[in-house]
Design a protein around this ligand. Structure first.
Ligand code: SF4
Ligand code: FES
Length: 252
C-alpha cells in the first residue's frame, strides 16, 4: 500500500452513441511503485466495492508488447516519458496531490467503445490489405537465413517491425493521420529481399485502405515520432512516400 492521494478526471462514456463527460474520482493508497494500469485497478476495485460501474480500459500484456493500452494522460498519448507505453508508466512520475486527466484516443477512425476503450480495428484492416509476405508453404521453403541482407537494412527493418500498432501516432497527430503506422508496416518488408516481390501491391493497397478508414493526411508535424512508444522514425514515412510513388508510376 502506498500513500499518494490523487484526483483522477476520467472520460466516462457508456457507449459509442453516448456524449460522454469527465468524472472526478479521488483515489488513495497509491504506491509510486505501481504501474499506471495498477493504479486504475485500485480505482476499479474501489468502484466495484461501492457497487459502481468500473472504468473500461484496454490492456493485455502489460509489458509494452501488445499495443492494447492506449490512454491519453494529461494530454499526452501514453502519458509523460518517452519510449514507453501506458502499461510501462509508473506512478513515480506523479506526486502526491496531483490531478490527472485520463482520456481515450481521439480520432474519427478510432470510435469509442466505452469509457477509455476505442475500436482500433481500422489498423487490422490496413494490415490485412497488404502487411504480409505471401509464402509458398508446400515444402520447398528457403531458410530465411540463406538470403544475405546488409546489416544496416536488417537493423532498419527490425526497427520498423517493432511497431506494436498502439495508435498513439494517430491520437497525437492534429490531422489524425496513420502514416507512421502504415510506414512502419510497409518499411519492415520494403527493406528486405523477401518483401520486394509484393512491394508495389503492398504500398498501394495499404495506403488505399488507410484512406478508406478516414485517417487524415500527413503534414509532417512530427508529433507521431515524438509520442511513439517504439520511437519509430519519420524516415519510414519518407520511405513509404517513395514506395508509393514508385508503385504509382510503374503500376502493372
Ligand atoms: S508507429 Fe508507434 S505510435 Fe504508431 S502504432 Fe506503431 S508503435 Fe504505436
Ligand atoms: S498492455 Fe500490452 S503494450 Fe501495454
Amino acid at each position: 500500500m502506498g500513500n499518494m492521494k490523487l484526483t483522477l478526471k476520467i472520460w466516462r462514456q457508456s457507449g459509442p452513441n453516448d456524449k460522454g463527460r469527465i468524472v472526478d474520482y479521488p483515489v488513495n493508497n497509491v504506491s509510486e511503485d505501481m504501474s499506471f494500469l495498477e493504479m486504475l485497478d485500485v480505482l476499479n476495485d474501489q468502484l466495484i466495492r461501492e457497487g459502481k460501474d468500473p472504468v473500461a480500459f484496454d490492456h493485455d500484456c502489460r509489458e509494452g508488447i501488445c499495443g492494447m493500452c492506449s490512454l491519453f494522460i494529461n494530454g499526452e498519448p501514453h502519458g509523460p516519458g518517452r519510449g514507453i507505453t501506458t502499461c510501462q508508466l509508473h506512478m513515480r512520475k506523479f506526486k502526491d496531490g496531483d490531478t490527472i486527466f485520463i482520456e481515450p484516443w481521439r480520432s474519427a477512425a478510432f470510435p469509442v467503445i466505452k469509457d477509455l476503450s476505442t475500436n482500433r480495428s481500422a489498423f487490422d484492416r490496413i494490415q490485412a490489405a497488404g502487411g504480409f509476405v505471401s509464402v509458398n508453404t508446400s515444402g520447398n521453403l528457403v531458410d530465411g537465413n540463406a538470403v544475405p541482407i546488409p546489416k544496416d537494412d536488417a537493423d532498419k527493418a527490425f526497427d520498423a517491425a517493432t511497431c506494436i500498432g498502439c495508435g498513439a501516432c494517430v491520437a497525437t497527430c492534429p490531422n489524425g493521420s496513420a502514416m507512421l503506422f502504415v510506414a512502419a508496416k510497409v518499411s519492415q518488408f520494403a527493406l528486405l529481399p523477401q518483401g520486394r516481390p509484393e512491394a508495389k501491391r503492398r504500398a498501394l493497397a495499404m495506403v488505399e485502405q488507410m484512406d478508406k478508414e478516414g485517417f487524415g493526411n500527413c503534414s509532417n508535424t512530427g508529433a507521431c515520432e515524438v509520442e511513439c512508444p517504439k520511437q519509430i522514425s519519420l524516415e519510414h514515412i519518407a520511405r513509404l512516400n517513395r514506395e508509393y510513388l514508385a508503385a504509382t508510376v510503374t503500376k502493372e
